[in-house]
Design a protein around this ligand. Structure first.
Ligand SMILES: Cc1cc2nc3c(=O)[nH]c(=O)nc-3n(C[C@H](O)[C@H](O)[C@H](O)COP(=O)(O)O)c2cc1C
Length: 345
């Protein structure tokens, strides 16, 4: 059972528990972060923002940098490959409301790596040191870093990068237990994270394939990490934060959310997406999120889920989506949504 005194502190912020929402472009937008926070995430990280201000005029970038009404601490992740540009981006994001800057050296996405950013930086330790020094010196707020275990199996240099981070003044380090060339294949390994944790004095967060309270407990035990970072397992399942933190604290599992609770949360999520993105983009963005909730809904089989997604994706207005969600989350969803006698119309 974790002691409150052992919960990590980043700058002035003490985490209320050990479960963190990982940054995920296209997923951890402001509405999703707020929902995860309400449902028990102790720390949430936004989608990466490019460090190149020439790209900030796009709708996507503007929305990623909009923190209106967002509670503290607002953790903004920046991605880029140039030390001066990243330092400037850190400063500008502070002006826009960032309270913690996270540097992305973990993302394998092509768009990022073609510009030698994200996990591609791990190959160049000198550049990593320059970037860390420049960003830490540029702002008065805490700077954190997210990395993978290295570039490839032969270049597992996360320990070197971790030491560079600590001596540069980075205040917490998240490590995804895969190297860059694995992308998301294979299984995350936790030995490297355990080694880093044993040698660093800043908080270390373990990340990769944590998808249940049992797995969380296992990874925490193995790595002795200060906290756990959850990515894909939160898609369509924001309850995972309270499920894990309850298990870590009490050693017992919470029951899965009731249908009425699912209905309430989906309605709330939908409403915040419509409010944040507007009446045209909101319903479009909602499709992927509702799709993820349907993927995790044990009441439906694969054919039914396909049919439900087809129905939902045809809806274009906020009100039609709200009405549909109430039908789908009702006890008699089967009768309301499927043609009699057939699974998928
Ligand atoms: C759709 C998607 C988008 C991601 N975007 C980012 C990102 O913007 N910044 C980042 O550091 N990592 C990003 N990641 C990596 C995750 O933060 C996390 O390290 C990875 O998914 C492993 O954790 P998991 O097994 O819990 O999902 C992304 C992952 C996914 C699946």
């Amino acid at each position: 059972m974790p002691q409150t005194s052992s919960l990590p502190t980043i700058g002035d912020y003490k985490l209320p528990n050990q479960v963190i929402l990982a940054p995920m472009a296209g997923v951890t937008d402001q509405p999703f972060r707020q929902l995860c926070r309400r449902l028990g995430a102790g720390w949430v990280v936004g989608e990466m923002v490019t460090a190149d201000p020439n790209l900030w005029h796009t709708r996507k970038s503007r929305q990623r940098m909009n923190h209106a009404g967002e509670p503290s601490p607002r953790v903004v992740q920046i991605a880029g490959g140039d030390a001066a540009m990243l330092a400037q981006a850190a400063r500008l994001n502070v002006d826009l409301g960032a309270q913690v800057i996270d540097i992305n050296m973990g993302c394998p996405a092509k768009k990022v790596c073609n510009k030698a950013a994200g996990s591609a930086l791990l190959r160049d330790e000198r550049l990593v040191a320059q970037i860390l020094d420049a960003v830490v010196a540029a702002v008065d707020i805490p700077v954190t870093l997210k990395i993978r275990t290295g570039w490839c199996a032969e270049s597992n240099n996360a320990m070197t990068i971790a030491r560079l981070a600590e001596s540069a003044g980075i205040q917490a380090l998240a490590v995804h237990g895969r190297h860059r060339q694995q992308r998301y294949n294979g299984q995350a390994e936790y030995d490297t994270i355990a080694e880093i944790k044993s040698r660093l004095s800043i908080p270390v967060f373990a990340n990769g394939d944590i998808d249940s309270p049992h797995k969380a407990c296992e990874v925490l035990r193995h790595t002795q990490a200060d906290a756990l970072m959850i990515g894909r397992a939160a898609q369509g399942n924001p309850w995972i934060f309270q499920q894990i933190s309850h298990y870590l604290e009490h050693g017992s599992e919470l029951p899965p959310p009731r249908l009425s609770e699912r209905c309430h949360v989906l309605g709330e999520h939908l409403g915040s997406l419509h409010a944040f993105y507007g009446a045209t983009m909101g319903p479009r963005i909602a499709r992927k999120h509702i799709g993820w909730y349907l993927d995790t809904d044990k009441r439906f089989d694969a054919d039914q889920i396909r049919e439900l997604k087809r129905q939902f994706n045809a809806l274009t207005s906020p009100s039609a989506q709200r009405v549909w969600i109430h039908k789908a989350m009702a006890d008699d969803a089967d009768e309301r949504l499927f043609a009699k006698g057939s699974h998928a119309a």
